[in-house]
Design a protein around this ligand. Structure first.
Ligand code: PEP
Ligand code: MN
Length: 356
């Protein structure tokens, strides 16, 4: 790809893309977009929006214009669906992303959507890309299942070339020889897209696998690899979904997934908040146990070398470094008290008084 493309400027240094007042893609915290494949009714989209928000999603999705393989399949509720999405946003405060299929619909969709989705099938609809670049809304650009990385990045270039820098790339699975998964989620190319551009990149493991049972682990893989967010299909009654039922999670499955990602719920429901705390405590315990196992090994080295277990300078250096790293997230006093306890148990492990 030529070096002078806008999309490859500042390659590897992700620039933030803001959506509405609250959402920042590429700002360090992963952004999770969730909601049904299709908007089916006002009650369905509002129920979905309330549930995904409670679970911690920061944005709502839902298709009003649906790109269906067959012209005889449900095509979406169109303008009526957009109005339902706007109601769900008013109800929950979640910004909305929805697909625009036809360049002629752009003014209408842009009126309702906080972010425009260009779907996989339209990734190289250049007239649509150009108009989306002029619509005054951030764009979520899905990768076509048949597109190379360069084709995907050049599609983004069409939007950027119109003066719209607010593009988020979405890897949603490519066509491979494997029919068991509907598509093959290509995390390698998603990571390459992050290295080669300044754009935030998210993954859509729902379309990327076609199977709801694979969505949680693929989501953890995508965020573990360093992508900037997820798009996940969620429906209050997934088996009754009019489109993409097999890959759609229930609201309970989605809440469990968000707990496993350690993403905070947005709710004052004590049960949900405590569930999130319990998930974090489980991770902390695992990390602390791993730390203590290392302490045990260090204890053996110190005994062999005839060294003191207690090294106050090393402990002061650890606490100082962590207080600085914590920034505003935790007070220096808080860091000191937590690590006093950890280092105390660690010394006991090193001395062989506490089993690791
Ligand atoms: C969708 O997000 O509902 C959709 C149709 O996705 P894709 O364009 O990735 O198939
Ligand atoms: Mn879908």
């Amino acid at each position: 790809m030529a070096g002078e493309l806008l999309v490859t400027q500042d390659a590897g240094a992700t620039r933030e893309v803001a959506v509405g007042f609250s959402v920042r893609f590429g700002g360090g915290q992963p952004v999770v977009i969730a909601g049904p494949c299709s908007v089916e009714s006002e009650s369905q989209i509002i129920e979905a929006a309330i549930a995904v928000r409670a679970a911690g999603a920061q944005m709502l999705r839902g298709g009003a214009f649906k790109p269906r393989t067959s012209p005889y399949s449900f095509q979406g509720l169109g303008a009526e669906g957009l109005r339902m999405l706007a109601k769900a946003r008013a109800e929950t405060g979640l910004p909305v992303v929805t697909e625009v299929l036809d360049p002629a619909d752009l003014p209408l969709v842009a009126q309702y959507a906080d972010m425009l989705q260009i779907g996989a099938r339209n990734m190289q609809n250049f007239a649509l890309l150009r108009r989306a670049g002029r619509a005054g809304r951030p764009v979520l650009l899905k990768r076509s299942p048949g597109a190379t990385l360069d084709e995907w990045l050049h599609a983004a270039e069409y939007v950027l070339a119109e003066g719209n820098n607010d593009v988020v790339l979405c890897e949603r699975g490519i066509r491979s020889f494997e029919p068991y998964t509907r598509y093959t989620l290509d995390l390698g190319s998603a990571l390459a897209a992050k290295r080669r551009t300044h754009l935030p990149v998210i993954a859509d493991p729902s379309h990327g696998s076609g199977r709801r049972e694979l969505v949680p682990a693929l989501s953890r893989a995508a965020l573990g690899a360093g992508l900037d967010g997820l798009l996940i299909e969620v429906h209050p009654r997934p088996d009754a979904a009019v489109s993409d039922a097999a890959q759609t999670a229930s609201t309970a499955e989605f809440a469990a997934l968000m707990r496993s990602l350690l993403i905070a719920p947005q709710t004052d429901d004590l049960q949900l908040l405590r569930g999130a705390i319990d998930a974090i405590d489980g991770e902390l315990l695992d990390l602390i146990a791993r730390r203590m196992a290392l302490s045990g090994k260090i204890g053996a080295v110190k005994r062999r070398e005839d060294m003191e277990v207690h090294e106050p300078e090393r402990e002061t250096a650890i606490v100082g470094r962590l207080s600085a790293a914590a920034g505003d997230a935790l007070s220096a006093e808080g860091v000191r008290r937590i690590w006093d306890a950890i280092l105390g148990v660690s010394r006991a492990c090193q001395a062989g008084e506490d089993s690791a």
